[in-house]
Ligand binder design. Structure first.
Ligand SMILES: Nc1nc2c(ncn2[C@@H]2O[C@H](COP(=O)(O)OP(=O)(O)OP(=O)(O)O)[C@@H](O)[C@H]2O)c(=O)[nH]1
Ligand SMILES: [Mg+2]
Length: 632
């Protein structure tokens, strides 16, 4: 069964509530005060199920003082039921409500010329002409104008036919999308606890679900769900929905809050929008404060124009709105702005970036970015978002900024990753950087390695961590890793353990360096175990200390020399011979050897013997056992 939300609109006393009652059998006014004063103050609801369509009616107040209540109801309607009383014709709130519905993006509707029983045919004809004139060029230009009387029932059948025709053109909202319910009422129900109601604008909700309350962030459990006035297993979009919530007092819940799939979205106080000013409004100045209405929420917004200094009546522009209260809005959400004082509707628009930044003069790409968001092509939006995120864009961030499903993100990603506009530097967790940034990072890495090796010809390469640090904090670890991996795969660089170097590069020594290196090695080789001090050896060389130290490092890396302790270095051969001697000792004298015997065997002093034995322990040649060593 198709679900369609019909919203009334029109001037006070034009017969909206009476018409809803005539159509559904339910009078939508609920409050005692409404009954006493004979006017609608707050939203009322009624249902009609007919010919395969479940109509949910949202009846709004016509009084100019209650437009903010009207706004909470108008968000989420599919079909507009514009009510114009035949005895009064078009009045201020006819215009204001109609402007609001147009700005909210309502696309279809029917026009009821109510109280037709009170006027003669000529007057009715006149009102019809006025209504046609009023609606010319609008989304209701082709809508049927149907004279009706709630009193006599005249025209009701035709009106229902008109509603069905409009309903047939309503495209069902996708129930698989993330759940979102702007709350328009909260109350306690005996035996049930807290209940909130609203028009379900996206996704579905079932008993047992966990939901997130915005803007507070509380996680709540759904006890039960009603949809279209009946208990259901799962509420689907386009229906009046009541949600019974566990774990919260109804006094902590109110209109303007919203329920949503937990952990997906973020409340905001800064949004970028496309803002349209009504032709009837006064021009809007930079920094102006306005009343802001989105969904069922209402707050105050300060307006900053991107580019322009003011907004003229009838014009539209990109703007940044600073909201006084934290609110949940998502891209594509429509909103209404009303003049600060006196309070009248002056415009509205569409949310483009719900998590916008403070406008900055040097952010010259902002307008182009907003144009891309406004056009709404997913691939382009994803690429543009990635291009504006230096640190890399993750899945959570994309969802919070777009409300897209992960499958939609993956699909868009494939199309932008292939031509290289966006680079996936990590797929789990997902991290995206722009193709441009990735290419720049690659080039920077190549340049750094090149520069390092030129400046340090005696070093085999740059340490991976030093290379990363040299790129600065703005290069994310994932980006660095992916760029380096790619350069290695393309045989531009070699990464050996912790070292990165140009592919195939070898240290090339100058003749005097080769000579000095040989001298160092010879000094240790001839010394056997009675090694000289490192300082002494290096001091004797013809190359300066810095280079001498590097040559020593090369010998250590080549493992021709071995550092046994911070001060002691031995030649590889001397150590090999020592190990052989210990093997011989074990064969003839047994596997135990004391320090004095070791000293005797090797002919070295205690100063050398202890570090050597500790080295042998580390090498698992010997093992300490009390004062002695066991030869292994
Ligand atoms: N004769 C006649 N009276 C009507 C008709 N429709 C409504 N009325 C009367 O007009 C008055 C206002 O009707 P409502 O339905 O309350 O008007 P409304 O548009 O809901 O008013 P607000 O909600 O306050 O904006 C009531 O006294 C109704 O009985 C009609 O078709 N014919
Ligand atoms: Mg009413």
């Amino acid at each position: 069964m198709k679900s369609v939300i019909v919203g009334t609109a029109g001037h006070i006393d034009h017969g909206k509530s009476a018409l809803v009652e005539a159509l559904t059998g339910t009078h939508p006014d609920r409050l005692a005060e409404e009954k006493r004063r004979g006017i609608t103050i707050d939203l009322g609801f009624a249902f009609l199920e007919e010919n395969g369509v479940r109509f949910g009616f949202v009846d709004v107040p016509g009084h100019e003082r209650f437009v903010s209540n009207m706004l909470a109801g108008a968000a989420g309607i599919n079909v507009l039921l514009l009510v114009i009383a035949a005895d009064e014709s078009i009045k201020p709130q006819t215009r204001e409500h109609f402007d609001i519905c147009r700005l909210l993006g309502v696309q279809r509707g029917v026009v009821a010329l109510t109280k037709s029983d009170l006027v003669d045919a000529d007057t009715l004809e006149l009102v019809r002409l006025e209504a046609e004139e009023f609606l010319r060029g609008s989304f209701l230009e082709k809508a049927p104008l149907i004279p009706v009387s709630a009193k006599t029932g005249a025209g009701l059948a035709e009106l229902k036919k008109g509603l069905h025709e409009a309903a047939a053109n309503v495209t069902a909202r996708d129930a698989r999308r993330h759940f979102r319910l702007p709350i328009d009422r909260a109350f306690a129900m005996k035996g049930f606890g807290s209940v909130v109601t609203g028009t379900l604008i996206s996704g579905g909700v079932s008993a047992g679900d966990e939901v997130e309350l915005f803007p507070g962030g509380e996680r709540l459990r759904v006890r039960g769900v009603q949809s279209g006035g009946k208990a259901v297993e799962r509420a689907t979009p386009g229906q009046r929905t009541a949600v019974n919530l566990a774990g919260i007092e109804h006094t902590s819940l109110k209109r303007g809050m919203a329920l949503a799939t937990p952990g997906k979205f973020r409340k905001t106080r800064r949004i970028d929008v496309r803002l349209e000013l009504l032709a009837s409004a006064r021009k809007l100045k930079q920094g102006a404060r306005v009343h802001f209405h989105a969904g069922t929420a209402e707050t105050i917004a300060e307006v900053f124009f991107h580019g322009d200094k003011e907004l003229l009546p009838g014009a539209s522009t990109f703007a940044n709105l600073k909201l006084q209260d934290e609110t949940l809005v998502l891209p594509g959400d429509r909103f209404i702005v009303r003049q600060f004082s006196p309070v009248v509707t002056i415009g509205g628009g569409t949310v483009l970036d719900p998590l916008a930044r403070r406008p900055m003069v040097r952010d010259t790409g902002r307008v182009a970015f907003l144009e891309t968001l406004a056009r709404g092509n997913r691939e382009n939006v994803l690429a543009a978002m990635t291009e504006r995120t230096i640190l890399g864009l993750g899945m959570e961030e994309i969802v919070a900024r777009t409300a897209w499903l992960e499958s939609e993100i993956q699909e868009a990603l494939q199309n932008v990753a292939k031509p290289g506009r966006v680079k996936v530097v990590s797929s789990d967790p997902l991290v995206l950087v722009s193709g441009k940034l990735f290419a720049e990072t690659r080039q920077k890495i190549l340049d750094k390695v090149e520069k390092f090796q030129k400046e340090n010809p005696l070093l085999p390469g740059i340490a991976r961590e030093d290379l990363r640090a040299s790129l600065g904090k703005r290069v994310k670890a994932e980006t660095f890793r992916a760029a380096l991996e790619e350069l290695v795969a393309q045989k531009k660089l070699d990464a050996l353990g912790e070292l990165v170097k140009k592919a195939g590069s070898e240290i090339t020594l100058q003749p005097e360096e080769t000579k000095a290196k040989d001298q160092i090695e010879a000094a240790f080789a001839t010394a056997g175990l009675a090694v000289p001090s490192v300082k002494e050896v290096l001091a004797k060389l013809s190359v300066e200390a810095r280079r001498a130290e590097k040559l020593l490092q090369i010998l250590l890396r080549e493992k021709n020399l071995v550092r046994v302790s911070p001060e002691l270095i031995f030649h590889r051969q001397a150590l090999t011979q020592l190990k052989e001697r210990l093997v011989g000792y074990k064969k003839s004298k047994g596997d135990r050897i004391s320090v004095p015997v070791f000293k005797e065997l090797t002919g070295i002093t205690r100063k050398y013997a202890i570090p050597l034995l500790e080295y042998l322990d580390r090498e698992h040649v010997t093992r300490r056992a009390g004062d002695e060593r066991v030869i292994l």
